[in-house]
Write a protein that binds this ligand. Sequence first.
Ligand SMILES: Cc1ncc(COP(=O)(O)O)c(C=O)c1O
Length: 379
Amino acid sequence: MKLATILIHAGVDPDPATGAIMTPIYQTSTYVQDAPGHHKGYEYSRTQNPTRQALENSLAAIENGKHGIAFGSGLAAIEAIIKLLKSGDEVLVSDDLYGGTYRLFTKVLVSYGIKFRFINMKDAAVIEKEVGESTKMLWVETPTNPLMHVTDIEACAAIAKKHDLLLSVDNTFASPYLQNPLDWGADLVVHSATKYLGGHSDVVLGAVVVKDDELAERLLFIQNSCGAIPGPHDSWLVLRGIKTLHVRMKQHCKNGEKIAYFLKEQSKVDQVNWCGFPDHPNHEIAKKQMRGFTGMLSFSLKDDRTEAANKILSATKLFSLAESLGGVESLIGHPATMTHAAIPAEERHKNGLSDSLIRLSVGIEDAEDLIADLKQAIA
Ligand SMILES: Cc1ncc(COP(=O)(O)O)c(C=O)c1O
């Protein structure tokens, strides 16, 4: 089946009890047993829930995986993956990534003896040189939040295979409509389903998808033992969001492109970061592994000060000033003080995340209206 059909139908069967076409929200914590151990496959909702199960089946299908495992948030999904490791193990991480992931790694998980080393992942040859004795995982975000750097997943998979590492890819910015990391050899793909998968800014949820049975078993054990599961209603919201992913993503990409080119022509704008530009440093890799270039982009100002950015951030009317991304409505944000505030200024500047950087999550409104809004705000 083609992706549009998979997005609408995978994992979802009419309800066996009533024939309801939409998966019911099984709002229950437990399930009645006929005798101890005699049940219908469900014992307790931390362990299994039919609504979550439908979502997990859908997630596996849309990422070309075998097992989907849902969590209470993207960060809970990321933490579950790191719990596959043990004290003393090292993870090589892209030096531009979501600030919350950076905080989880450097402020929480580091206390359990896991080492995180942040490296430039724009060039695969550099990554291989960094692999050391204790390296056990490559952590790739591509495109990255917020600088839209692109990493070659296939090249990373080759390095991971050669050195017996796990390759984990955060696919939040691309979504399964534009990129399927497992097809390029990744072992694990992770999503903040809060974003494009949910698509309507009304739910927080995370997901991991894998092909390997043993990895899935270990992750399901962590999911049940640690308990960071999503509730049935949130699972249902993401399941519903997935059904329109293809329609939304097409429009996000179209609008993203128009706005990226508009911004490039503005005299007050310095650098525009969008991986669809032919002169983006890794555009050829993006073209190879992605089917479109998303509605996510960021730009810096020639007047590289927070105050200059703030003027624009408070002047837009259609772009709402808010954290998060991937919803149908356009959002504008200031990574340095919002989504990436957890990264020390020195570290941010070293990696190119400047004080004036503004991030846009381009929604699916009319592109002309969005451009007019930016025009008056930048003027
Ligand atoms: C790329 C990326 N990964 C992970 C996360 C964390 O997801 P959540 O907010 O659902 O915990 C985010 C959140 O913005 C993100 O942008």
